[in-house]
Design a protein around this ligand. Sequence first.
Ligand code: HEC
Ligand code: HEC
Ligand code: HEC
Length: 439
Amino acid sequence: MKISGRTAALALSVATVGLPLTSHADDEAALAQKGSYIAILGDCAACHTSPDGPPFSGGLGLNSPLGKIYATNITPDKKTGIGNWSFEDFERLMRHGIRKDGSTVYPAMPYPSYAHMSDNDLHALYAYLMHSVVPVEQINKVADIRWPFSIKWPLSIWRMVFVPKITPSSDNSSEIERGRYLVEGPGHCGSCHTPRNFAMAEKALDDSDQRYLSGGFVIDNWVAPSLRSDTFDGLEAWSAADIATFLKKGRDQHGATFGAMNGVVIHSTSQMTDDDLSAIGKYLKTLKTPTNAKNVSFTYNPTIAHELASGKLPTHGAALYVDRCAACHRPDGRGYPDVFPELAGNPVLQSANASSVAHLILNGGRLPALKTAPSSLVMGPYRDILDDQDIADLTNFVQSAWGNRGGKITADDVAKLRKETKWETLKGGSPETTPEITQ
Ligand code: HEC
Ligand code: HEC
Ligand code: HEC
């Protein structure tokens, strides 16, 4: 057969484009590899993977004050996932909350934070979802929700009113800048740790506003504390290294993860690099509210510890504490560092809203078993042992003992909490539902 000049030229051009094609595939693979880490930074699996389903196939129901919202299938399946989405479609969703079909997603998808993400990170994340995630055919569930609840606005208007134009950050300058980027952007820490307004929008999306990360928002009856370095209910007593340890191991000398923070530690922060955790710790230490009303530091008050030690029990709450709690948290409230958390001076117990503490007493807590800290220490549930008044008295005792200055709770509040919560809240932290440790 005579090979025409044209065929030869074609063969040659195929051969030459062949080379860049291979290295292009290598680039894609490297990008997807980087993207798998971005997915960890963004904690995408916490919402988009249900405990019994394949990765990123959606289906997990998220409770919101408005009803249940289901995270969607973000595998590259062409029919039911995002397999047909271009990078531009994906970017529009991540930065503006607008789907390929033009509709707006519920802000349960934390796009107002992801809007800070850099182009590079979004490209890598897209490459990962498209090339490394197994496509799964699973139809999305429809939200069971009373949106737009009290305000009769469509989601698109909500977006226009409450999501300002955000300039994507650059992610590679100083350590503090890197920390800021991780917290504001992929880590979306503000979606829980920043208080929200009447329309459920975060009151601030970055640290130009002192309400940013100032705490108080309640998720599934857990109060997210302040992450600012304020006295009492802030992280004044935590060093940057303490914060990094807490995020890596779910515990440090001051406290232990519980409730809504467990998922964040399990799926995201315990898998971050030490450099990134250190950057987050250092950045958070830069946040302080200068005009803090309680501008004195926590000082330990030994009076109650002496009383308890000498068998004097001033209140019913104190008596219950000695009976039920002191074995682990000790009469002086100091606990056993890294094992049973300290209650004296613990920011969780200085919160104006005491629900987290009553919630823990009702349902107990279990530290997640992590590769970075395998022991899964347990505090048992007291819902069948103590009545609502007991739990209120106990909560009010620990929120004010040893110099603590937390808010109070009533037996009626505890009754409500008892109804709204279940013992299975513990599940989030149990080793069986911690897939990371079997990897
Ligand atoms: C706090 C929970 C949460 C986290 C974390 C989260 N998402 Fe979502 N996401 C949702 C919910 C809920 C929806 C659906 C909202 C709706 O139905 O309006 C959604 C929707 C989406 C969609 C639109 C899919 C579609 O078919 O419409 C994409 C894409 C997406 N998320 C990607 C991501 C990526 C990538 C990450 C990690 C960087 C992530 N999400 C992290 C809750 C979350
Ligand atoms: C899904 C909601 C949610 C998200 C997202 C979240 N947190 Fe939390 N976080 C909580 C809750 C609730 C607590 C209280 C329970 C506890 O102390 O573990 C908490 C506690 C903490 C504590 C301990 C504070 C203390 O006073 O005991 C730190 C530190 C922390 N979070 C840092 C972060 C960082 C950094 C991010 C972002 C990478 C983040 N959180 C994202 C809900 C969340
Ligand atoms: C068997 C030991 C044990 C007993 C008894 C116990 N706890 Fe705990 N407690 C723990 C452990 C372990 C944690 C961490 C749990 C977690 O992170 O989910 C904890 C966490 C807490 C916390 C949250 C502190 C933080 O920063 O994480 C509070 C508040 C608390 N316990 C109060 C009490 C009260 C009040 C009682 C008595 C009703 C009590 N505990 C009894 C072991 C115990």
